[in-house]
Each structure stands twice: as structure tokens, then as C-alpha cells.
Design a binder for this molecule. Structure first.
Ligand SMILES: Cc1cc2nc3c(=O)[nH]c(=O)nc-3n(C[C@H](O)[C@H](O)[C@H](O)COP(=O)(O)O)c2cc1C
Length: 187
């Protein structure tokens, strides 16, 4: 075999190897959108947030209800956006159960991105206290917290009373996009 042909083969093999490494790195850009929802409002908001995550190139989105979330989902995701209905001004037990059960993963979650969303029954029913209860859990997991971006409401996260209307849906997409972009930046 001529020397330049050998070089070509080596280059081809190396090129394939590089592609594999690049694909592996891309799969590290994963965002988990997890939620608990009994009557569907929070699920609808979660779906809009997932839509925003999926708009960002090379970021994978996993959308799961709290009971389906696995330890591997936590470990393999570099951003988690968690949502709950407001239950007595705090997150629902079903969502908190995930944080409780996965407590042994805390050391693996440091410096990942966390964000929150909620739906309530009443305007002043405790949306922000509920968002804060989720944020507290993320903080204790050592994560970096972000709210919704300044071109949404620029506050604690995304929240609405009842099912999300058009404006809340747009803000949800923006929060998803923000977390996805940040995950890409940090990876
Ligand atoms: C046990 C329970 C407690 C609730 N507590 C509150 C509350 O403190 N404040 C409020 O605004 N809504 C409260 N709600 C209403 C829900 O937060 C609201 O209907 C929510 O959108 C339901 O979300 P889902 O459709 O995703 O289940 C409560 C509902 C239930 C079932």
C-alpha cells in the first residue's frame, strides 16, 4: 500500500472517532423537565417548557412526570426544570418525594442548572412560595438557580392560575430555552 493511501485510511478512521466523540459530547446537553400534575394544568405548562428546551440545537429534552423520573435521569441531566401545583403554598408531596428519595445524589448534582414552574388555583394562593420550595430543594442539591428570563417576566420562574394561557405559554418556552442555552454554555 502506498504511504499516502495509508495516511488517507488513518485520517478516515480518526475522522470517524472524532465524530463519535462529538456526538457523545452533544448527548451531555440534557435537560430534564419533571412535573407532578393531578388535573393537567402543570402538565400543560411542562409541555410548553419542554418545547422551549427542544428549540435549542443539540440539547436533548426529557419530559417526565415525577413518578417516572429515575436516578439516571437526574445524573445524566445538566439542567432540571421542576414543576408542581401549589398545594397549601408549597410543592406537592409527589414532587418532593423525588428530591427526598434522590438525596444520595446531591454530590453528583453540584453546579447543574435548576429552575421551577407552578400552577395555582387562586391568584394569591402561593405561587411564589411554591416556586421557592422547589428552589430550596435545588439549592440544597448544590445547583445553580435561574428564574425566567428578562424578556419573559424576569422573576422567580413561570407560574399561572389554572391552565397556562398564551402569554404564560410563551414565557414557559422562554424559560425552557434559557435553561437549554445555559446548559450548553456550561458544558
Ligand atoms: C390538596 C390541594 C391543595 C391545594 N392548595 C392550593 C393552595 O394552597 N393555593 C392555590 O392557589 N391552589 C391550591 N390548590 C389548587 C391547585 O394548585 C391548582 O388547581 C393547580 O393548577 C392544579 O394543578 P394540576 O392540574 O397540574 O394538578 C390545591 C389543590 C389541591 C388538590
Amino acid at each position: 500500500m502506498k504511504p499516502n493511501l495509508i495516511f488517507l485510511y488513518i485520517n478516515k478512521f480518526y475522522g470517524l472517532f472524532l465524530n463519535k466523540v462529538i456526538i457523545m459530547n452533544k448527548s451531555a446537553n440534557k435537560v430534564l423537565v419533571m412535573y407532578f400534575s393531578k388535573t393537567g394544568n402543570t402538565k400543560k405548562l411542562a409541555q410548553m417548557i419542554a418545547k422551549g428546551v427542544k428549540e435549542v440545537n443539540n440539547v436533548e429534552c426529557i419530559l417526565k412526570s415525577a413518578s417516572d423520573v429515575t436516578k439516571d435521569d437526574f445524573i445524566s441531566s445538566y439542567g432540571i426544570i421542576a414543576g408542581s401545583p401549589v398545594y397549601f403554598g408549597s410543592m406537592a408531596a409527589e414532587l418532593k418525594d423525588v428530591f427526598d428519595r434522590f438525596v444520595s445524589l446531591r454530590k453528583k448534582m453540584g453546579d447543574k442548572i435548576g429552575a421551577a414552574f407552578v400552577t395555582a388555583g387562586d391568584e394569591s394562593g402561593g405561587k411564589e412560595t411554591t416556586i421557592m420550595s422547589i428552589i430550596q430543594a435545588f439549592l440544597i442539591y448544590g445547583m445553580i438557580i435561574v428564574g425566567d428570563p428578562l424578556d419573559a417576566t424576569g422573576h422567580y420562574g413561570v407560574a399561572c392560575t389554572g391552565a397556562p394561557d398564551e402569554e404564560t405559554s410563551i414565557n414557559a418556552i422562554k424559560l425552557g430555552r434559557r435553561v437549554a442555552f445555559l446548559v450548553k454554555k456550561l458544558n
